[in-house]
Write a protein that binds this ligand. Structure first.
Ligand SMILES: Cc1cc2nc3c(=O)[nH]c(=O)nc-3n(C[C@H](O)[C@H](O)[C@H](O)COP(=O)(O)OP(=O)(O)OC[C@H]3O[C@@H](n4cnc5c(N)ncnc54)[C@H](O)[C@@H]3O)c2cc1C
Length: 561
């Protein structure tokens, strides 16, 4: 036992390890039920799968064939998530084209039609519209860029969400209800008593190097694909929290190419999609067993070519767009030996490590973004029962921050003379709390200045997320606002953002410049697999100039002046 720690009088009721959608979800639920909570996140909130998913709050029609319970749970929870975070949701109407083939294309169309009749039964749970069977002319009218010898297709209705903002919403709500949330702070050890039971964690702040220990009545391992590693921090075997990690990447392009999301088939028969999203298009996603570094998930050229090739067959003009980036994450899929990655169950599971001699420790493995709230509720029910807490779950009833009232973005245009796109994006990310960002501009009109023109993001929003949403560097600001993810790749805004963050967190302009450089280096690494040689040369040149400026110490000198 750690000297000086009174394990029988713990610091908090619950320690949550991991700030993804499941960790922040369970922290919020515990806090709402009156438990004291401390959450530790090794990187940033939503750094892992949750901030790098496709963001579909759907039932996933393909799961219906082998995992109907997952479809049901996800559709049910999608309805709840729509209620608590209406500002973050957006509709994704899909088109599934069916190509004429020598054998049975009409039969295929009829089968898809019948299959989607079944999926329609779940649509009311998530406020979705029923599918429509379409002939080839309908398909081309809706999506003129569709190519190939189409026999027709079907439409179906889904919802999307910004996964990172969903996690931030849960984390902020948990904090406002008393939880302590520490980002960039990794758990380095699970503390165990002589009888093996778990009573806390040791942690290290990765920015300051500060170390410490916290004790709790229950410790929850919500570290997604890291779950097996986390189990070993307490001396358990990795297989005590086994997952089958599945890497998925997305490619995004500099413009909207389609009116609808379009389903395509990749060379191995798997489904991928091309989706218009805000001012860009996204292709996703791959699903491959992954054995690499979970803190450094980067798309490869092969993955990019696989995705673009799949879409090109039905939508050839995808080649005209410029790839401006990729994102990737690792699914913490439930372990199974044998099935192909895309056939693995998306069910979730709570592991009680009492059976491994570590009473007091639970792991949350598997699951989906779309069913995170139910998973968190089930986990919190277990904890509440253990701690004798009889309070009922309310996470499906109480809005997340900003979700209480939907504003008309035009109000923001009129009140603060914002451009319509700026206002609409601000309202999308913050809901009713965009008024708090506006308040900053009223108090300090200079903060209305646009920092990132591609997206566009104001200085007030950058300052708001540093002050209220735990952002500590340029990467964190980008995760919360999409700063630097547009066509300029951050070249025009990262430095200014770094300056603001440095100034607000009491660091030097040199630190701000280093944060910007670190963001740009990471973005370039994620982009290089998708860009041509000319663009790569230009980018290398710009980075060299930035590095030389940092090396000259010009920015540190400014700190002293
Ligand atoms: C490419 C892709 C596409 C997907 N698309 C969808 C979709 O469209 N719809 C859907 O419903 N689901 C989707 N998913 C699945 C969904 O994203 C995941 O199931 C879900 O996000 C898992 O959340 P989590 O909180 O368990 O894990 P994560 O989000 O990975 O969070 C785990 C966190 O733990 C932290 N951590 C690790 N070790 C430590 C430590 N020692 N101390 C402190 N913190 C630690 C990590 O930094 C990380 O932030 C997708 C996933 C991927 C990868």
């Amino acid at each position: 036992m750690v000297p000086g720690i009174a394990a029988n009088r713990p610091d908090v009721d619950v320690i949550v390890i991991g700030g993804g959608v499941n960790g922040t979800g369970v922290a919020r639920d515990c806090a709402l039920r009156g438990m004291s909570v401390a959450l530790f996140e090794r990187n940033d909130i939503a750094f892992g799968a949750s901030g790098n998913s496709s963001g579909m709050i759907h039932g996933g029609p393909r799961y219906l064939t082998y995992d109907p319970d997952v479809t049901h749970t996800s559709c049910l929870d999608s309805g709840h998530i729509q209620r608590i975070a209406p500002h973050l949701l957006f509709r994704i109407p899909f088109l599934m084209p069916i190509q004429r083939s020598r054998i049975g294309s009409r039969v295929a169309l009829t089968l898809f039609d019948a299959f989607f009749d079944l999926y329609d039964k779940y649509q009311p749970l998530k406020h979705g519209k029923p599918h429509v069977r379409l002939d080839a002319d309908d398909m081309r009218k809706l999506e003129p860029g569709l190519m190939g010898d189409l026999v027709g297709g079907v439409s179906f209705d889904e919802w999307g969400i910004d996964g990172a903002r969903l996690c931030i919403g849960s984390a902020v709500d948990a904090i406002e209800r008393g939880a302590e949330v520490r980002v960039h702070t990794t758990v380095t050890e699970l503390l165990r008593r002589e009888d093996g039971s778990v009573y806390g964690v040791r942690y290290r702040d990765r920015t300051t190097g500060e170390t410490g220990a916290r004790t709790a009545r229950v410790v929850i391992n919500a570290t997604g694909a890291w779950a097996p590693i986390t189990a070993t921090l307490g001396g358990l075997e990795a297989k005590a929290a086994r997952v089958r990690p599945g890497k998925g990447v997305h490619v995004f392009m500099d413009r909207r190419l389609t009116n609808y999301a379009v389903v395509a088939r990749a060379i191995d028969g798997r489904q991928v999609f091309l989706q218009p999203w805000q001012n860009m298009s996204v292709i996703g996603t791959t699903d491959d067993d992954y054995y690499g570094d979970l803190d450094e998930v980067v798309a490869t050229g092969d993955e990019v070519r696989y995705l673009v090739q799949a879409v090109e067959r039905v939508f050839p003009s995808v080649r005209q767009a410029r790839i401006i980036g990729t994102w990737g994450g690792v699914r913490p899929t439930l372990y199974a030996w044998g099935p192909n990655e895309d056939q693995l169950s998306r069910e979730h599971e709570i592991i009680d490590h009492e059976k491994h001699g570590a009473d007091g420790l639970y792991s949350m493995v598997g699951g989906k973004l779309a069913s995170y709230r139910i998973f968190a509720e089930q986990m919190t029910d277990v904890v509440a029962k253990r701690l004798g807490n009889r309070t009922e779950c309310r996470t499906h009833l109480l809005p997340l921050p900003g979700g209480d009232e939907q504003l008309d973005p035009m109000q923001l245009v009129e009140r603060a003379h914002l451009g319509p796109v700026t206002a609409q994006r601000l309202e999308y990310r913050h809901g009713s709390r965009s008024l708090r960002v506006l308040d900053r501009m009223f108090k300090e009109p200079r903060e209305a200045a646009v920092v990132c023109e591609c997206e566009p993001i104001t200085e007030a929003e950058v300052r708001y997320v540093v002050e209220n949403e735990l952002a500590q560097d340029v990467d964190d600001v980008s995760r919360r606002t999409r700063l630097g993810l547009g066509t300029c790749g951050g070249m025009r805004c990262a430095a200014r953002c770094g300056q603001i963050v440095a100034q607000m967190t009491g660091r030097s302009p040199g630190d701000g410049h280093r944060m910007a450089l670190s963001f740009l280096t990471g973005a370039a690494r994620r982009r290089v697999c998708g860009i041509g040689p000319q663009q790569a040369q230009q980018e290398a040149l710009s980075m060299a100039v930035l590095r030389a400026e940092l090396g000259s110490g010009r920015h540190d000198d400014e700190a002293g002046s």
